[in-house]
Design a protein around this ligand. Structure first.
Ligand code: ADP
Ligand code: MG
Length: 559
């Protein structure tokens, strides 16, 4: 038996606790959703582990979550008979935050509660939200299958440290006792708790039970189920309210904000699966971290199998969240099997299309919301043309660009809009790339386009030039970098323009020769152009040479 030990929270946890308590007090009630969500995950994990070892059920096979309260003692207690935690698990899970990049993320916090409470949405609140309403939290937990003596009691006031001791626990799973703050007394109330369970946790897969109450509010001895307890995605679409879709999203995505949109589909026939896919409203802080968790939650015949199943979505759609419930896969399926399984491949193809369609629909139905999506995830979607050849046209239709038409740096022009504004005789889709918007916008390459009133897309994200290497055409029209090669303005360029250029070339032959000699090997060719109206000269990249932006990226990479 070990002594009671006191340990300090990791610095990041301290910061998060502080932030949460100060920025979420007007949103106190979400603690219950977070704790029930964790309990539900723990039940899922037990059921999965028990597929291989049904001894883990011990003598208690009925998975459920119990919610009790004591008005006198001012406590709320949540008990699950899920997987439970070992002592090491507890120290790891309830004392640290493992996600890399957390420290840097927390550094951006401003102390401005409104801004910070938005930021916390990128992070998810989780277990620590218990301290929004509690001045002390007790956790009693025992890992399924471990002997009773290996129970653990964790205790903290949320003020920088926690204590941990070994205790004897007869039941497996986790019990969390919240000692409510004086200003959170309202939660030690049957009616209040019931309504919160209905509101936030109606459609988790497990029953939440509470002591039945008489009409006078007297507690009876027996327990009753207070939520619907059927997994949301198994219900017909017509029976699900928007609010329920939103709450379910928060449960599976560990997000704090409503999703932008979702798509729920039951597929029968050659493949038999249900997908429920969501687009978050906000990018997580570690969107560009290669190790950050991504992927869908995988169920097989309603049984939870794993979180973060990456195999069902391409990398460029890694922001999508959701659930896949397959009737074709085996309950024994592992990450390795997912790697090269033809069923998974087919589901992935279909799900990819679903996500792209969901985005097209959002763009049509609600351009403002789509713009919000683009602001958060646009640069990720730009990885699409390179990664997913077969969907290039679809992805291109979803791209948004800054353009000389608006003259603003906001990326909000679609290719369809651009095409709708094309000049009579214009055949190509013109674009310019540069390090930043201002440089691009003031480029001499744009002079002739201004003169002719031809719109040019302005690309200045780091990834743009690389992306354009994979996008040759859209709607049967070719893309043309205005800074490349011999500029072809199609029929917009008049015969007169052409004649003028030829005459000038003849007339200034000697001058061109002298400039070429003076510049020596630094240029390949010096020629007369119609490109410019005000500037005397500009540099042009060859059709097949690496662009300026790309060159810089390669140089930075030491190549
Ligand atoms: P998240 O749920 O996003 O992983 P949380 O802060 O809610 O983050 O929980 C942290 C971790 O603590 C969980 O991932 C899980 O490993 C563990 N945990 C929390 N509650 C329970 C529980 N009731 N039973 C078992 N493990 C739990
Ligand atoms: Mg959680």
């Amino acid at each position: 038996e070990t002594q009671k030990e006191t340990l300090g929270f990791q610095t990041e946890v301290k910061q998060l606790l502080h932030l949460m308590i100060h920025s979420l007090y007007s949103n106190k009630e979400i603690f219950l959703r977070e704790l029930i969500s964790n309990a539900s995950d723990a039940e899922d994990k037990l059921r999965f582990a028990a597929l291989k070892d049904d001894g883990l059920y011990e003598s208690d096979p009925e998975l459920k979550i119990r919610l009790d309260f004591d008005e006198e003692a001012n406590t709320v207690t949540l008990t699950d008979n899920g997987i439970g935690m070992t002592r090491d698990d507890v120290i790891q899970n309830l004392g640290t935050i493992a996600r890399s990049g957390t420290a840097e993320f927390l550094q951006q916090l401003s102390g401005d509660e409104k801004k910070d409470s938005k930021l916390i949405g990128q992070f998810g609140v989780g277990f620590y939200s218990a301290f929004i309403v509690s001045d002390k939290v007790d956790v009693f937990t025992r890992r399924a299958g471990a002997p009773g003596e290996e129970g653990v009691h964790w205790e903290s006031k949320g003020d920088g440290e926690f204590s941990i001791e070994q205790v004897n626990l007869e039941n497996r799973g986790t019990q969390i006792v919240l000692h409510l703050k004086p200003d959170a007394k309202e939660f030690a109330n049957g009616w209040k708790l019931r309504s919160l369970v209905k509101k936030y946790s109606d459609h988790i897969s497990f029953p939440v039970v509470m002591k039945a109450e008489s009409d006078e509010g007297e507690k009876k001895d027996e327990y009753e189920t207070v939520n619907d307890a059927t997994a949301l995605w198994t219900l017909p679409r017509t029976e699900i309210k928007d609010e329920e879709y939103k709450e379910f999203y928060k449960h599976i995505a560990h997000d704090f904000e409503d999703p932008l949109t979702w798509s729920h589909n039951k597929v029968e026939g050659k493949l038999d699966y249900t997908s429920l896919l969501y687009i978050p409203a906000r990018a997580p802080f570690d969107l560009y971290n290669r190790e950050a968790p991504r992927g869908l939650k995988l169920y097989v015949q309603r049984v939870f199998i794993m979180d973060d199943a990456e195999q069902f979505l391409p990398l460029y759609l890694r922001f999508a969240k959701g659930v896949i419930d397959s009737n074709d896969l085996s309950l024994n399926v592992s990450r390795e099997i997912l790697q090269n399984d033809s069923t998974v491949e087919s589901i992935r193809t279909a799900v990819t299309k679903r996500v792209l369609d969901m985005l097209s629909k959002l763009a049509k139905k609600d351009p403002e919301q789509y713009q919000k999506f683009w602001g958060e995830f646009g640069t990720v979607l730009k990885e699409g043309p390179a990664e997913d050849f077969s969907n290039r046209e679809k992805i291109a239709g979803l791209l948004r660009f800054a353009s000389t038409h608006t003259g603003e740096s906001t990326q909000n022009v679609s290719l369809d809009e651009y095409i709708g504004r094309m000049k009579e005789g214009q055949k190509k889709l013109y674009y310019i790339t540069a390090d930043n918007f201002t440089a691009a916008k003031s480029s001499p390459h744009l002079e002739v386009f201004r003169k002719k009133g031809i719109e040019v897309l302005i690309l200045s994200d780091r990834i743009d030039e690389w992306m354009m290497g994979y996008l040759n055409e859209y709607d049967d029209k070719q893309f043309q970098d205005v800074a490349r090669g011999d500029l072809d303005l199609g029929e917009v360029e008049t015969e007169e323009d052409k004649k003028h250029k030829e005459e000038a070339a003849e007339e200034h032959k000697d001058l061109l020769e002298r400039i070429k000699n003076a510049l020596n090997d630094r240029v390949q060719e010096v020629r007369v152009t119609n490109r410019l109206t005000d500037s005397p000269a500009c540099l042009v990249v060859g059709d097949f040479d690496m662009g300026a932006q790309m060159k810089k990226i390669m140089e930075a990479a030491g190549q």
